[in-house]
Write a protein that binds this ligand. Structure first.
Ligand SMILES: Cc1ncc(COP(=O)(O)O)c(C=O)c1O
Length: 360
């Protein structure tokens, strides 16, 4: 592959020694689940996000389900969510017993807006899930001004910023995934909930541990959804480097702009006030099959992520059938992720743009 879709190994290479000694430290400690590494990572992550609390869980999907339950969502409630997102954003709602209500996105930012949310509001709306898709930062403040609490699905937005702060400090709570392809990644599954709301954090801590504070008395039917010490130790080594990697992602986006990509495809647009640490760099092209062919011929990595939006996936038809989301359908038809990594050079951007030119 001349330019890979993503490259996490190169930026991580200088940290190998630090990672090995963190793994050794856990091995020596004989503490493997919810120990001091997790507690330290939770403090460091909360501080990074500008929030008071972080709760480590097993993955980003559980993080959403647990947060929704901690926000009180359950049967009879509605939760507004975009359909142009990873399936898990919606699946997590169904697991709480609440009803997903799909809303549209802005075609340029791929994020939900106050207008698309307003169109889906009802008296039963309990919460909105604002997905910070591809690393963009949805307009959380404006959506909350509608009078409805926002859960930020920030699985793809670790390292991004907005004028109002970082994901994790914008809504009622935010959820993150540390799946290996993410901007901040562990070596397996991992996730976290970040919030300034002590009651939500406390409830999330109980829910991640079978609904118990002490594994003696049980207050809720909860989950076994804990972050491992090994994963927390691995994340702690990398967190101090995240901003540098995010700057690299922002520079990579500038490299594409300077290489002239905007003449060949529609580039992703930051939401007003947002500085996205692009997790995926997703362009839009009217003849996307042709663009795919041109990139494949030049051995440039690419991937369509959400060709079938969530509301049209078979298990979601109960809530999605007949829902009309024109910007979502347009994005689903025309989007394509092209290479994005913290170290993507101007020469690589030129190569991608030269390959894309063959499709114009
Ligand atoms: C937008 C979004 N939400 C939720 C998730 C779920 O995270 P995980 O895979 O850690 O469960 C992901 C991860 O892929 C995601 O991209």
């Amino acid at each position: 592959m001349s330019v890979p879709l993503f490259d996490a190994a190169t930026p991580r290479a200088p940290l190998r020694e630090g990672l090995r000694s963190a793994i050794d430290r856990v091995l020596e400690s004989e503490r493997f689940v919810l120990g001091p590494e997790v507690a330290s990572f939770e403090r460091e992550l909360a501080a990074y996000c500008g929030a008071s609390q972080a709760v480590g869980v097993a993955n980003g999907t559980d993080a959403i389900t647990i947060t929704l339950r901690a926000m009180g969502a359950g049967p009879g409630d509605e939760v507004i969510v975009p359909s142009f997102t990873f399936y898990a954003s919606v699946e997590a709602i169904v697991h709480t017993g609440a009803t997903p209500v799909f809303c549209d996105i802005d075609a340029d930012t791929y994020c939900i807006t106050p207008e698309t949310v307003r169109a889906a509001l009802t008296p039963r709306t309990k919460a909105v899930i604002a997905v910070h898709l591809f690393g963009n930062v949805a307009p959380v403040g404006e959506i909350q001004a509608l009078g409805v609490p926002v859960l930020e699905d920030a699985a793809q937005a670790m390292g991004s910023r907005s004028a109002a702060g970082r994901p994790g400090s914008l809504g009622v709570a935010a959820t993150f995934s540390f799946y290996p392809s993410k901007n901040l990644a562990c070596f397996g599954d991992g996730g976290a909930i970040v919030t300034n709301d002590d009651a939500i954090a406390e409830e999330a801590r109980i829910l991640r541990f079978h609904g118990s504070r002490d594994k003696i008395d049980y207050e809720q039917v909860g989950y076994n959804s804990r972050l491992d010490e090994l994963q927390a130790a691995i994340l702690r080594v990398q967190l101090p480097h995240l901003d540098q990697w995010s700057d690299g992602r922002m520079q990579a986006a500038r490299n594409y702009e300077e290489a002239g990509l905007a003449e060949l495809a529609s580039l992703p647009k930051p939401v007003a006030g947002a500085s996205p640490a692009w997790h995926l760099y997703v362009v839009s092209h009217p003849d996307v099959k042709r663009l795919e062919g041109a990139l494949a011929a030049a051995q440039v990595g690419y991937k369509p992520y959400y060709r079938t939006p969530v509301h049209r996936q078979a298990p979601m038809l109960e809530w999605g059938a007949g829902v009309d989301l024109p910007a979502t359908e347009h994005a689903a038809r025309t989007h394509l992720a092209i290479p994005m990594s913290p170290g993507l050079t101007r020469a690589q951007a030129d190569e991608v743009v030269a390959a894309a030119r063959a499709a114009s």
